[in-house]
Design a protein around this ligand. Structure first.
Ligand code: TYC
Length: 135
């Protein structure tokens, strides 16, 4: 009777099953139970990732009428690690549009780059301005 019951997926109510047959059947149909293959105890698994992507910040250069173009290109190369062509393109974009993105970084890196640009401009007495903005 137990064999028939497993095959049909039901206990036949018209048949008298032994207590052992009924228990074995109920366990055999449930692999998450102790008689199945899967342990019934274990660590809870995480359904949601714990990590979160950090907010990212654009570092912006602002145009002015006095800072030499060559100085701006050199700053972009040195601080944002752009090649000369890319640095020139960014500088010209800022010159024409008034503002431009030099790079996108996490908060601490963006803050450090802004501080370095502001400091080097100050040392050379150029009015070059640099700010950051959350993406
Ligand atoms: N406008 C400046 C000039 O004509 C050049 C310049 C470009 C200055 C970009 C600042 O962020 C800047 N000399």
């Amino acid at each position: 009777m137990a064999v028939l019951a497993v095959r049909t997926g039901q206990l036949d109510p018209t048949v008298g099953h032994s207590r052992f047959e009924a228990y074995w059947f109920s366990m055999a149909r449930r692999p998450d139970r102790p008689d199945g293959n899967t342990p019934s105890v274990g660590l809870a698994t995480r359904t949601r990732p714990k990590t979160k992507k950090p907010d990212m910040y654009k570092v912006l250069l602002l145009n002015d009428d006095y800072t030499p173009m060559e100085f701006v290109v050199q700053v972009i190369q040195d601080i944002f690690h752009r090649d000369r062509e890319t640095a020139t393109r960014i500088m010209l974009h800022v010159h024409q549009k008034g503002v431009g993105v030099c790079g996108v970084y996490n908060y601490e890196v963006a803050e450090t780059k802004v501080a370095r640009v502001v400091e080097i401009a100050r040392q050379h007495q150029h009015p070059l301005q640099c700010t950051m903005e959350r993406e």
